[in-house]
Design a protein around this ligand. Structure first.
Ligand code: NAD
Length: 281
């Protein structure tokens, strides 16, 4: 079984991006800039944002974090996004989710200029991805896709089963694999026989949020299994896949932690650089 090392893959991607930023600096005499808006003092969000800033600096991006208390008014955020949309030094804008209840998430996402939407959540990017056009792609499914392609460069005709249909993970993942000519099945909480669906799959991507949902006897030999889940349990952080059981059958499997997670941030940096490059033409 191949243990898919997300930390190593992310480090390799960051190295490649660092070189790219240096080349862009030589060519344009400026570097891509990422601005993150952080609202409130939720600890996980603060940790994510700190890691994003550290990684952005590591590859040479210009990086800013704008912080607001969780009492901030929605219109203050919308005005700030407007300002950033018009700021030439900002290539990518990310508003860290979740937001306080009084702020309308969709209004905030819709306000971000789609060409600076590094999370790929703006409806225009969602539409472009599903139409097969160039777009920003949500970072976690993009990271999963790059890991799958490392194991299996030619995905044409493979049967992929995605567990979970969120806008963040399952749906964009399905679009990415469709584009690669996979036969894609998207399963969810109302799917009748999840085990039977998984047993058909050459690729399984689990993005559910249920600890160790995917069992060893759900996975046939030679399947690539990508575990997106991050679940806090008594025995620590575990994924959506029962790692020990599934590793006996799978061709390749991502660990949790150390699989998909590190790729997510590296893909955010990639998206920022791609937004910058598209803005230069
Ligand atoms: P979500 O809650 O938005 O969506 C979960 C999906 O799972 C839903 O579509 C639901 O229909 C489906 N589901 C629920 N119960 C099910 C069941 N019994 N059988 C089949 N499907 C079922 O979650 P999300 O935001 O997509 O996140 C999923 C997991 O991925 C969470 O554990 C989250 O923490 C993790 N996550 C990890 C990263 C990363 O970087 N590794 C990034 C984002 C999210």
């Amino acid at each position: 079984m191949i243990l898919i090392d997300g930390k190593k893959a992310a480090a390799e991607l960051r190295e490649k991006l660092k070189k790219e930023v240096s080349d862009l600096k030589t060519k344009y005499n400026k570097v891509p800039g990422l601005t993150v808006i952080l609202i409130g003092d939720l600890t996980p969000s603060q940790i994510y944002v700190r890691n994003k800033e550290k990684s952005a600096n590591e590859v040479g991006l210009k990086s800013d974090v704008i912080k607001y208390p969780d009492t901030v008014e929605e219109k203050t955020i919308l005005n700030k996004i407007n300002e950033l949309n018009n700021d030439e030094t900002v290539s990518g804008i990310l508003v860290q989710l979740p937001l306080p209840k009084h702020i309308d998430k969709q209004k905030v996402i819709n306000k971000i200029d789609p060409s600076k939407d590094v999370d790929g959540f703006h409806p225009m990017n969602v539409g472009n991805l599903s139409s097969g056009y160039e777009s920003s792609i949500p970072c976690t499914p993009l990271g999963c896709y790059l890991l799958i392609k490392k194991i299996e460069p030619n995905l044409s005709g493979k049967k992929a089963v995605i567990i979970g249909r969120s806008n963040l993970n399952g749906k964009p993942m399905a679009q990415l694999l469709l584009k690669e000519n996979c036969t894609v099945t998207v399963t969810h909480s109302k799917t009748k026989d999840l085990k039977a669906e998984c047993l058909e799959a050459d690729i399984v991507v689990a993005a559910v949020g249920i600890p160790e949902l995917v069992k060893g006897d759900w996975i046939k030999k030679n399947t690539i299994v990508i575990d997106v889940g991050i679940n806090k349990t008594d025995k620590g952080i575990v994924g959506d896949v029962a790692f020990d059981e599934v590793s006996k059958n799978a061709k390749a499997l991502t660990p949790v932690p150390g699989g998909v997670g590190p790729m997510t941030i590296a893909c955010l940096l990639k998206n920022t650089i791609d937004c910058f490059k598209r803005s230069q033409v």
